[in-house]
Write a protein that binds this ligand. Structure first.
Ligand code: N1C
Length: 261
């Protein structure tokens, strides 16, 4: 009877649900709709929390489906103005720093659905109506359709489908493949842009400060170019786009790339 309590749930390799998950969802929903984006004041945060919980509670966390998240997707609909959508891949921090300054631009996390889930973990269990705070499955558990990856795929798909006007993407030029076909951006988002609505995709390939490598010429960028050309979306690529570079320069003001040449 003494010692560690026997785990109630199946043990997975990944960390468990974020403590206070339901409370965080509810609190973030109110913070977003009552403080940050008052046009969304009419949203019912209690309903949104319930729809989120219902998406994964009492379900096998490795058999999550898009349909599980459909009610949540519908409750959190929101329009991003044309020309104001910003995607990112392996560049989360810089992209979000940018939209913090450029309040007219939106990443998925600057919309209600992305905002409430950002940085959280969650899963349930087919045999119980409890939240699993002990562990949650990851891809390493042979669990591709886990609660969190299906959520991000579903949310990202909707975000891309709803984009209009020129869209932008921040890519990481300091990794071997700045465009990764298997990333959410490469696997889901570019394929769900509507070419009738999105004339152009502008890629900003950003290197870490101190990394001299060239990147619009990276072979992975050619893959992106050809996917878009097949979809009739114009493509532009620029390395170290000045507004983003200036954000990086806040940390390294003395670097030569940070002064006006
Ligand atoms: O796989 P990625 O990047 O290319 O996904 C980023 C891409 C963005 O454009 C977003 O619109 O897809 C969307 N997105 C998120 O907004 C998001 N927030 C948090 C995708 N994933 C998101 N996460 C978590 O980061 C999630 O757990 C997912 O697996 C990672 C993907 O990050 P990445 O590989 O840098």
């Amino acid at each position: 009877l003494l010692g560690r309590p026997k785990p109630k749930h199946k043990e997975w390799d990944g960390k468990g649900t974020t403590p206070y998950f339901p409370e965080i969802i509810l609190g973030r929903c109110y913070a977003f709709t009552e403080i940050r984006q008052l046009e969304l004041r009419h949203k019912d945060c209690q309903k949104i929390r319930k729809a989120f919980m219902d998406a994964f509670i009492s379900k096998d966390p490795c058999s999550s489906t898009k349909q599980d998240y459909q009610p949540l997707i519908e409750l959190t609909n929101e329009t991003v103005p044309c020309g104001k959508t910003l995607f990112w891949s392996k560049s989360s921090e810089l992209a979000h720093q940018y939209t913090r300054v450029r309040q007219d631009l939106f990443t998925l996390e600057d919309t209600l659905l992305g905002y409430i889930a950002d940085g959280l973990r969650w899963c349930g269990d087919a045999g119980s109506s409890e939240i699993n705070y002990g562990s949650c499955p990851e891809r390493g558990d042979q669990c591709i359709n886990n609660t969190m990856s299906v959520f991000w795929d579903t949310a990202s798909k909707r975000f891309a489908e709803n984009a209009c006007g020129a869209v932008q993407v921040v890519l990481n030029g300091s990794i071997s493949d700045p465009f990764d076909k298997n990333s959410t951006f490469g696997r889901v988002e570019i394929h769900n842009l509507r070419s009738e609505e999105v004339p152009t995709l502008q890629a900003w390939v950003m290197h870490d400060i101190g990394d001299p490598s060239a990147s619009c010429s990276n072979p992975s960028i050619d893959d992106l170019k050809s996917i878009l050309s097949n979809r009739n979306i114009k493509f532009t690529c620029q390395e170290n786009y000045r507004p983003l570079r200036l954000l990086q320069c806040v940390q390294y003001p003395e670097d030569s790339s940070c002064s006006i040449q």
